[in-house]
Design a protein. Sequence first.
Lengths: 137, 137
Amino acid sequence: MIKVKKIEHVGVAVRDCSKAATVYGLLGLGVHCTEDIPDRALKVAMLPVGEGEGEIELMQPTTADSTVAKFLEKRGEGIHHLALSVEDIDDAVKQLLESGVRMIDNAPKPGAGGKRVAFVHPQSACGVLVELVEELQ
Amino acid sequence: MIKVKKIEHVGVAVRDCSKAATVYGLLGLGVHCTEDIPDRALKVAMLPVGEGEGEIELMQPTTADSTVAKFLEKRGEGIHHLALSVEDIDDAVKQLLESGVRMIDNAPKPGAGGKRVAFVHPQSACGVLVELVEELQ
């Protein structure tokens, strides 16, 4: 049984991180940090919700042909993925593959903030792109 | 400034709550309770994530003309909304209206589990349907 610890973050695809941060500021959420992730052609801003209670990740594409740019083109701004933190990501991925769950990543890879992540295919999670995250020790 | 406490839940529109619960069971999430909400033509299943760390709300429409049924028809299964718990929902709604935020509900109304809720229009949250929730005291 996979041990899921919490909703680590909710990823929101946006056209402009700064404008989106202003909008979310009105909802009571401030930017904690921003990060460029060239490998994924993304600029992200992390907005903590409460204390240690998960975050909103605003994701702005930095190239026109990136995955998030295509998402925006097709569906417009909105929720892109749901990240769940798990205790042991290697074991979680192993268990999911054994259960026949369709994974985008068959092994953990480096994600934002230096954490190890693995994506579950939406076909195996009722249309939801689920990111598994192992928090830094 | 609105005080947001945590990601209270993430709502996922599904065609069949029982089948979806089986799928999410593989991801390590079990059903805590189910509830029929005739007012919103919904059957929901709540799946706690960790201990007191938010939930996944699986939402199955019970009529063909409900909002969630239309969502499924248009976009298929997937994330429907993001619920944030706030300390004082009356004050939060008042502040948002004063800031020019477009609300679906200009005053709190009863939601799932007897909690008071109010929805922010996606136009005012980068395409995200945000539900504000005041937890039961």
